[in-house]
Design a protein around this ligand. Sequence first.
Ligand SMILES: [Zn+2]
Ligand SMILES: [Zn+2]
Length: 288
Amino acid sequence: MTRPLLTDTALGVLQRLNPLIKALLAAYNQHRFDANEEALLEIHNVLEVTRTTAAIEEDDFLTDLYVLDRYADLLETYGVLWNQILNQQFSASWSTLQGALNLLRLIKRFSGLDVRFFEDQLLELEQAYPYNIFLSIGATVEVFECSICGQDMTSPECPHICGDLYKGVMARRIVRNISELDHVSFVTHPEDKRCVVIYEDTAEQFKIIRYIAELINTRGLRVLDFDRIRFTKRNIPNPEYVQLGRNDLCYCGSGNKFKKCCMPKENVESNRADIVFGTTSIEDIVAV
Ligand SMILES: [Zn+2]
Ligand SMILES: [Zn+2]
């Protein structure tokens, strides 16, 4: 088993955070998503105090602090996400969901924290959205500036690698001098899934996520208990079907005989999405 965090000091901090995390998740289950929720403020506070009082320059500890900050961000983003969903802000909730998934990737990259609950649930939730096609913006970029040293990241002068941590700070690529926006294309595997075709919150395309919101709102279900979406196909009676004699002209207006045309279409295939709720114990969610 991999260590959840690199240093014992940071593990101690996480253990102190655990009761607060449980309290926060319990608040979410009661549909309390206030950004000023006491447990959330206290989590940020503990991390802030740790950062200012520890005065440790050790690289591993700073990496752990970076991870704990992202974990706190994840918990906060998770609340924002469900709040938006339950308030029918589906379009905005998609960006929030992608933000949460990015946080999960960072946490998994720099630690062994157990975040499977969030990963499983959010990936399942992602399937409730209508976005199979994304907008991808193509641009001609002249300089990638390093966020740590300010030099061109592709030049030998910059020793930093994009996405790595240096004393707990991530090196990022800052795009400068976009000389031309050369194309906008539709792709299925974009770099940034937040770049999507925009639908109104009331659009038909949001019917699955809207249904999930309605279920939770009207039946008082707990957000942590959302488990998965089961997609199935089934045959339903074709509403347009007209029973005719085999040699009659078909009802569809094709000019062909019924037996050569729509006779087999008595049933049509329909897609069905079942929303599955389970029982999730908060004790099983916390990372250590
Ligand atoms: Zn650099
Ligand atoms: Zn026909």
